[in-house]
Design a protein around this ligand. Structure first.
Ligand code: GLC
Length: 747
């Protein structure tokens, strides 16, 4: 990133749609297949099934018969057993009438065996390059497992911390999310080496992050103005980076469930954006149209979804079992089916599956290089929220108490979407400290309590809860050992947070506090009067005002992946320095939700806040993050030119080197199209500065920086007055005013 704002809306044509053109080898092959396919075979290409994860879970005779009939186009989760995957593929390629290869898809959100920090944490690195490197590794590990389709990146905007899936997202800002999603697509689709390639899947299209009250699977209350400027850009950048597939979301929008939302699927995704890939439903979402009360039965559900632009049916078989009649009876145009089949076949062609249908599966080796990348990602994802001169910990400290349920829990470090993470690979915080503490240091590790008072459970794909063990704590544990350990220590490192099983899909919360007896644990420790460094592990920004106030320092670690403990230990001891920035604001209280830094202006600025008072601001705004040194910003000014720039000088005034993430924010003062946000991120630059060193940063004031989307989907830049900030976070520093003279331009 050279300071050029990411060209969010630059149009890229290669890699998407170039194949399949009439007369091209792909086009000729596809049309020949279409001509030969029966209606059942066509609908088979629009059907994705679950095969069971292993041979033991699979009814092989039934499965092989279905595949040989040519009535399956893709599988999900069928790669726990690579030989099973190739055996299934062989049934399709060598034993079905037309030999069309299958797609094998799976959720690879933040790594396969090399588990990186969860999305919301990765986004705190404010580094698309890092995201691309991580997804490149994920792509290669996916291929090694026999996958050729991954359901990532998750592009939803995180607007409400009560919604569990903020964990998978890139946070609350559309620009940062768009930049990171484009990089993820590049990493997933371009990174894979060898004959195989991966199809990325932008999910969940669209508006999912604004479900009512953060309640999953619900109505998303989003108007077209917000949709255009908040929720759609993170998908558009992924499309423009060549993503080959999109997944429609579980939520409804404007009263219509997204799997059957013609306005967005057909109107925007295809009509405006020209997306040439295919759209897959989410898990059983086609049949869920009946539960929504939008379809009378699964036949009507299938017709509504296909007609709206949802090409593939995940798991219900409704397309395959009902649409042939719909076509024969004229309720569905046959051309609609053919067009959906073309899109699926084109992706299979682009992935090279017709030539290379079998995976040369290899054991997933966790190399030192991958571990190093996972540790770098974890280091850059951690956000230092507060530091009253206690970090980095002094080498002279003799006794350190590491207390809390996250101190030595391997599973919790893996996070909420790590299907193939191995607990044996995880470095916990206790492990990490044991590695880096001086020989004569005395580390005492005390769990204190469980992560929650409920048995740890995971929500499975069919909605059932799988207990992951862990006894329920029904009464407060004896904290005697905790008090003694804290009392004997020079400093206490508290490892607290929320269980991973409460985050991610179906991870809605009504409160944003610590779970189980962790607050009581914190109170006991705080009562000992020793300096506390709190390290918070969660899939969302929790509201912990008491922890913020009574801790001398706070590191926000999210769900940091297999190297999380190693990264945190090195940060605590100053082997490395924190540089992470919040990708989502930390609210003071759940009652403020939903609230993001880029909230719209109002007619009464600062008024209308809750009577309880003090809730007009976040505890920590988006973009906030401290380092172990100090940076000063000065000389902010407009530099006329073509295009004009906004510049400032940043100086490291501390006594050690540091990396500063410089952010460009914009406010359009007046816009007759509608209310614009009080501030918007439109550029980032990372500056590594030695103690005392200063540098000038410059951002070009191009159309991508100043513009916005109209309700009709046109990119527009207005002449008029703007405020510009070059700052260390949102809602900080003073702006400079800029008069933009260019007449309105349409994209
Ligand atoms: C889930 C999730 C989606 C995932 C899909 C397949 O329900 O909503 O993110 O990709 O099913 O596992």
């Amino acid at each position: 990133m050279c300071g050029e704002p990411f060209r969010l809306f630059s149009v890229r044509t290669e890699g998407n749609g170039a194949s399949g053109l009439p007369g091209s080898p792909c086009g000729v092959r596809i049309e020949e297949l279409i001509r030969r396919m029966s209606p059942g075979e066509k609908l088979g290409q629009l059907t994705q099934l679950f095969s069971g994860r292993t041979r033991e879970e699979t009814d092989w005779s039934l499965l092989a018969a279905e595949v040989r009939s040519g009535r399956v186009g893709a599988f999900i989760w069928a790669v726990q057993d690579p030989e099973l995957r190739n055996a299934i593929q062989r049934e399709a390629v060598e034993h079905s009438r037309l030999g069309i290869p299958l797609l094998f898809g799976m959720d690879v959100i933040h790594g396969v065996r090399t588990v990186f920090p969860i999305g919301i944490g990765m986004a705190c690195a404010f580094s698309p390059e890092l995201f691309e490197c991580a997804q490149r590794v994920a792509a290669e590990e996916s291929l090694a497992m026999g996958l050729n389709w991954v359901f990532a990146p998750m592009c939803d905007l995180a607007r409400d911390p009560r919604w569990g899936r903020v964990a998978e997202s890139c946070g609350e800002d559309p620009w940062l999310s768009a930049v990171c999603n484009a990089a993820q697509v590049e990493g997933l689709q371009a990174g894979a080496s060898g004959p195989g390639r991966i199809a990325a899947c932008l999910k969940h299209f669209v508006g999912y992050g604004s479900v009512l009250g953060g309640r999953d699977y619900n109505e998303a209350d989003v108007n077209m103005w917000s949709l255009r400027n908040l929720h759609l850009p993170p998908f558009l950048s992924g499309i423009r980076s060549g993503a080959r597939t999109v997944m429609s979301s579980f939520n409804s929008l404007d009263g219509m469930p997204m799997v059957a939302n013609h306005v967005l699927l057909h109107g925007v995704l295809r009509g405006e954006w020209g997306f040439p890939g295919f759209v897959v439903s989410d898990w059983q979402a086609v049949e869920e149209l009946v539960a929504w009360g939008v379809a009378a039965d699964r036949r009507e559900a299938a017709e509504l979804a296909l007609r709206a632009g949802n090409d593939m049916d995940m798991l219900t078989r409704a397309y395959r079992e009902t649409l042939e009649g719909a076509v024969n009876e004229g309720r569905i145009e046959g051309g609609l089916v053919d067009e959906a089949v073309r899109r699926v076949l084109r992706v299979k062609w682009e992935l090279g599956l017709f030539e290379h249908p079998y995976a040369k599966t290899e054991p997933l080796e966790l190399t030192a290089e991958k571990r190093a990348l996972a540790k770098r990602c974890a280091t850059e994802s951690v956000v230092l929220l507060k530091n009253e001169s206690v970090l980095p910990l002094s080498g002279s400290l003799k006794t350190i108490a590491l207390i809390g349920p996250f101190a030595d829990d391997r599973e919790e470090m893996l996070g909420c979407w790590a299907e193939w993470g191995r607990v044996a690979d995880v470095v916990t915080l206790a492990d990490g400290l044991r590695r880096v503490l001086p020989q004569d240091a005395d580390l005492r590790v005390v769990q204190g309590c469980a992560v929650t008072t409920k048995p740890k459970t995971r929500t499975l794909q069919d909605g059932s809860l799988r207990c992951e063990g862990g006894e329920a704590e029904t009464s407060a544990p004896d904290f005697g050992g905790v008090a003694a350990a804290a009392q004997a220590a020079d400093v206490v490192v508290l490892a607290i947070g929320e269980p991973r099983s409460w985050t991610g899909e179906n991870g809605t919360r009504a409160a944003l506090g610590l779970t189980g007896f962790q607050q009581a644990l914190f109170d006991v420790v705080a009562g000992q009067g020793k300096p506390i460094v709190s390290v918070v592990f969660s899939g969302r920004p929790l509201s912990l005002p008491d922890v913020w106030r009574r801790s001398a320092a706070v590191l926000y670690a999210w769900q940091p992946g297999i190297e999380g403990g190693a990264a945190l230990a090195e940060l605590l001891l100053g082997v490395s320095s924190p540089s992470g920035r919040l990708s989502m604001s930390v609210l003071k209280d759940v009652g403020q939700a939903p609230m993001a830094y880029n909230h719209p202006k109002t007619g009464r600025p600062g008024q209308g806040q809750a009577r309880e008072g003090g809730l007009g601001r976040a505890a920590f705004w988006f973009g906030h993050g401290l380092t172990y040194t100090r940076f000063v910003y000065r000389d902010l000014k407009i530099q006329p030119g073509c295009p004009t720039k906004v510049v400032a000088t940043v100086q490291n005034t501390g006594d050690r080197a540091g990396v500063e993430t410089v952010q460009l924010y914009v406010r359009q003062l007046s816009c007759r199209e509608g209310v614009r946000p009080q501030q918007e991120l439109r550029g980032i630059q990372k500056l590594a500065l030695e103690a005392g060193q200063a540098a000038e940063v410059a951002f070009l004031l191009s159309d991508e920086v100043l513009g916005y989307w109209t309700r009709e989907g046109r990119w527009r830049v207005d002449a008029g007055s703007y405020w510009l900030w070059i700052a260390p976070s949102a809602c900080s520093g003073e702006p400079v005013c800029y008069e933009h003279a260019t007449a309105p331009s349409g994209a």
